[in-house]
Design a protein around this ligand. Structure first.
Ligand code: HEC
Ligand code: HEC
Ligand code: HEC
Ligand code: HEC
Ligand code: HEC
Ligand code: HEC
Length: 396
């Protein structure tokens, strides 16, 4: 409710201040974009291109699902998207500019003429059930999801005087989706350097200590609430922009130390344990039932919380394993990445299986769950998994 109230009160002011920054290049020239890496790293480029990271946010033309177009009016039961969540204006399929997601679910971006930014439509498409579901997020998308779904994100202008904690007025990013520089940091110096300096000028997660490796992935594979930086509509952001206006997160930065008084990062800060119930958007983040309490393991109840699950595991605590021990963002060699089949057998006996020890606990959409990364020794029974839904059927 609180969100709606803020939005209505804000509408007049937003018209004046905000300007659009869709796809604006990096004003500092640090981030060069994934296309620039292709010439010298064609193998890594190909494996990235085939991964979901590269497909996170796509222009409507290349990214919209075939079923979505076919069922736009209705899926037979539920009607499709009709209305912008912030402005409540009516929109048609032709008005969609970008799609967010294509593997488990898809959401739709249209213009917000009050701010010059983009807002979401009021339905998301669930690829597992093949049905429309309600979707209510009423914020300009880049100001709520930006650091995790774009590369080189930064806030350029912030109005401290707006509402309780201000609002994001102007922002930018170097590219849509999770590009090379999300995990390797800005590439400007690297592409210009002489051969002898190439290694020194770029970040490789494999070269950092084992717990810091997971932190590179944890920047996005996490759920937080940000009370330092608010969205364009003045609501708490769900991501972690760099503390200084104008700066952007660089892979390798220790984001867990950023504005600790105002960032709620359950399971990461000692005074914000996974065993606690949170409020607002963080409500129901972890399993807190008797099974969880008896084992002292609080499994992820939503998606993109793998880092918060993993921090509870012996794998992490013993410093024996990181995310990239099991997942290589480049392993596919031209195919969609899979965790190596021998991921457990390398270190455990055959009774240690993914099915048993990584039950599906984290819900991402109706009937759609993802595997826990807590690796508890007394795992619960999991819900239905997404399984392999097959490659997405793009319209074009
Ligand atoms: C002009 C060619 C060129 C371009 C363009 C280029 N690189 Fe490199 N890159 C190199 C060379 C050469 C090396 C060093 C290889 C070696 O010594 O093993 C390297 C090494 C790397 C490494 C490994 C570093 C390490 O310490 O292990 C990464 C990661 C990397 N590049 C990422 C990128 C990214 C991301 C981009 C785009 C922003 C990019 N490169 C663009 C030539 C290039
Ligand atoms: C999701 C994070 C992520 C993204 C996105 C990503 N990388 Fe990497 N990259 C890694 C990790 C982690 C490693 C360390 C080796 C491994 O685990 O595969 C790595 C290793 C590399 C290396 C060194 C390879 C070697 O054999 O030592 C190069 C070069 C590289 N990446 C280039 C790129 C380029 C170019 C892109 C974009 C086209 C890209 N990466 C996108 C995470 C990423
Ligand atoms: C900038 C944010 C960001 C970073 C950093 C990041 N991810 Fe992701 N990751 C995402 C998003 C967003 C998706 C969902 C993409 C989709 O489904 O369209 C995703 C999907 C995935 C997937 C499932 C899809 C696939 O292609 O296999 C795996 C596994 C994964 N990430 C592992 C990692 C690992 C390991 C790292 C660290 C080396 C990492 N990610 C770093 C944002 C990020
Ligand atoms: C803190 C980082 C973060 C924030 C903030 C975030 N996401 Fe994500 N999102 C992810 C990651 C990581 C995934 C991949 C799924 C996973 O890891 O469980 C994902 C997955 C998704 C997917 C499913 C992708 C697919 O291919 O099915 C959609 C859709 C999505 N996010 C939309 C949003 C929207 C809309 C917002 C803002 C309201 C948002 N996300 C905010 C990190 C984030
Ligand atoms: C011990 C090995 C291991 C480690 C460590 C690990 N994962 Fe996983 N992860 C898996 C397995 C196995 C799956 C299930 C893959 C499947 O069902 O196809 C998985 C699934 C995922 C998925 C869902 C994608 C999918 O294809 O269903 C994401 C996202 C992910 N992991 C991210 C991470 C991140 C981020 C970290 C570090 C915080 C991490 N993982 C650490 C083994 C691991
Ligand atoms: C690189 C080696 C390595 C890999 C790969 C690995 N593990 Fe582990 N695992 C360990 C170590 C080391 C421990 C900690 C043992 C200890 O301290 O008691 C551990 C602990 C565990 C535990 C906790 C046991 C307990 O007593 O709390 C579970 C469950 C587990 N692993 C499951 C898995 C599964 C499932 C996979 C595959 C997806 C996997 N592991 C992959 C090395 C590995």
């Amino acid at each position: 409710m609180r969100k709606n109230v803020v939005v209505i009160a804000a509408a007049g002011v937003l018209m004046l201040g905000l300007s659009a920054v869709a796809g604006a290049a990096d004003p500092k020239g640090e981030f060069v974009g994934s296309e620039k890496c292709k010439a010298c790293h064609s193998v890594e480029y190909k494996s990235w291109k085939d991964s979901w990271h590269s497909k996170m946010v796509q222009p409507k033309k290349t990214g919209i699902l075939k079923e979505v177009v076919e069922k736009w009016a209705t899926d037979g039961t539920e009607e499709g998207p009709t209305t912008g969540n912030v402005t409540k204006a009516k929109f048609k399929l032709e008005d969609v500019k970008y799609v967010v997601g294509s593997r488990w679910k898809q959401r739709f971006l249209v213009a917000n003429d009050q701010t010059g930014g983009m807002q979401f439509l009021n339905r998301q498409y669930n690829r597992y059930t093949n049905k429309w579901e309600k979707y209510g997020n009423a914020n300009d998308w880049s100001t709520n999801c930006g650091t995790c779904h774009t590369t080189g994100y930064r806030i350029l202008e912030y109005d401290e005087k707006f509402g309780k904690h201000g609002r994001t007025v102007k922002d930018s990013y170097s590219e849509m989706g999770v590009g090379c520089e999300s995990c390797h940091g800005p590439g400007n110096k690297h592409i210009k350097s002489k051969k002898a300096d190439k290694k020194k000028t770029i970040f490789n997660p494999a070269n950092t200590d084992i717990q810091a490796q997971s932190k590179v992935c944890g920047y996005c594979h996490i759920r937080i609430e940000n009370e330092k930086f608010m969205t364009a509509q003045g609501n708490p952001r769900e991501d972690l922009p760099a503390p200084k206006i104008g700066d952007s997160y660089k892979a390798g930065d220790d984001w867990t130390k950023w504005y600790p008084e105002q960032a709620i990062i359950p399971g990461v800060h000692a005074d914000q344990p996974a065993s606690k119930e949170y409020v607002g958007d963080l409500k129901g983040l972890f399993k807190l039932d008797d099974h969880a309490k008896a084992n002292g393991i609080f499994e992820e109840a939503k998606h993109h919380q793998q880092y918060q699950g993993f921090l509870q595991s012996k794998h992490y605590l013993n410093g024996s394993i990181s995310c990239i021990t099991c997942h290589s963002p480049h392993a596919g060699k031209g195919k969609l990445q899979k965790v190596r089949k021998d991921a457990c057998a390398k270190c455990h006996d055959a009774s240690y299986t993914v099915e048993k020890y990584m039950p599906n606990t984290g819900q991402t959409a109706g009937n759609l769950f993802m595997r826990t990364h807590t690796f508890g020794k007394n795992p619960r029974k999991g819900g239905a998994g997404a399984g392999d839904m097959g490659p997405p059927n793009y319209y074009e």
